[in-house]
Design a protein around this ligand. Structure first.
Ligand code: C5P
Length: 217
């Protein structure tokens, strides 16, 4: 029987894409599959942590031993994540949260006309930044998915959102990012950076959880 290194720790993982309603049949979302977050939740639970997975809609099975909270919108994810954070030792912010949401969702299906239509969007709240602001002694890990100036953007988010470390994915790396079963990431903290090779998402999760364990000790 392997010793459970994270026994007694409570962790939150956010995962997947949020869905912002335009009307009862249409929405704004993104390409996140949730795979990286589910792999992390599974890895944390396998090492004995009590895991709450706050998840957007995915087609993935709940990892064994994980408590799953299903949400749709960024606002719902904010509520679920901030509530669970009170009791947690830390959180891993893996979800692809909408930055903008329709000003209001129409209660009835929007009819098409002949011309253009304009949708007004307003900013959603940044869940990670909010948890960062109230983190106290808790652990907070973020993700950054970038297409250019990757390192600089990731470092700015590390500071701005008060993460302990940030996991950088570049969409420029083949085998990284959405939908696939592999990922190529760089772990960045205030002391420096560690570039990992192309690995399965489960292996990436194991490396991230290794770092989490080191910090929690
Ligand atoms: O600023 P950006 O969205 O690129 O930052 C990405 C990080 O912030 C991820 O860890 C993501 O889960 C988190 N985030 C969040 N709530 C938002 C936007 C991003 O938790 N509204």
């Amino acid at each position: 029987e392997k010793k459970k290194s994270l026994a007694g720790k409570r962790m939150i993982v956010t995962a997947g894409a949020t869905i912002e309603a335009i009307d009862p049949v249409r929405f704004i979302s993104n390409h996140s599959s949730g795979k990286m977050g589910y792999a992390l939740a599974g890895e944390l639970a396998a090492r004995g942590a009590e895991v709450t997975l706050v998840t957007g809609r995915t087609s993935l099975p709940t990892p064994p031993g994980v408590e799953r909270v299903d949400v749709l919108s960024a606002a719902e994810m904010y509520d679920a994540a901030t509530r669970a954070f009170e009791e947690a030792d830390g959180a891993v912010m893996c979800a692809a949260v909408a930055d903008y949401t329709p000003e209001r969702a129409s209660e009835t299906k929007l009819r098409k006309g002949d011309g253009e239509m304009t949708l007004t969007l307003r900013r959603t709240r940044d869940i990670a930044a909010e948890l960062g602001a109230r983190k106290g002694g808790r652990l907070l890990v973020g993700f950054a998915l970038e297409t250019h100036d990757e390192q600089a953007h990731a470092e700015a988010k590390l500071t701005k959102k008060n993460f302990d470390f940030i996991v950088l994915n570049s969409l420029r790396d083949p085998g990284a990012g959405f939908r696939g079963d592999t990922n190529k990431v760089t772990l960045i903290d205030r002391a420096g950076r560690e570039e990992l090779p192309l690995l399965s998402k489960r292996e990436v999760a194991a490396r991230i959880v290794d770092k989490i364990e080191t910090i929690l000790k």
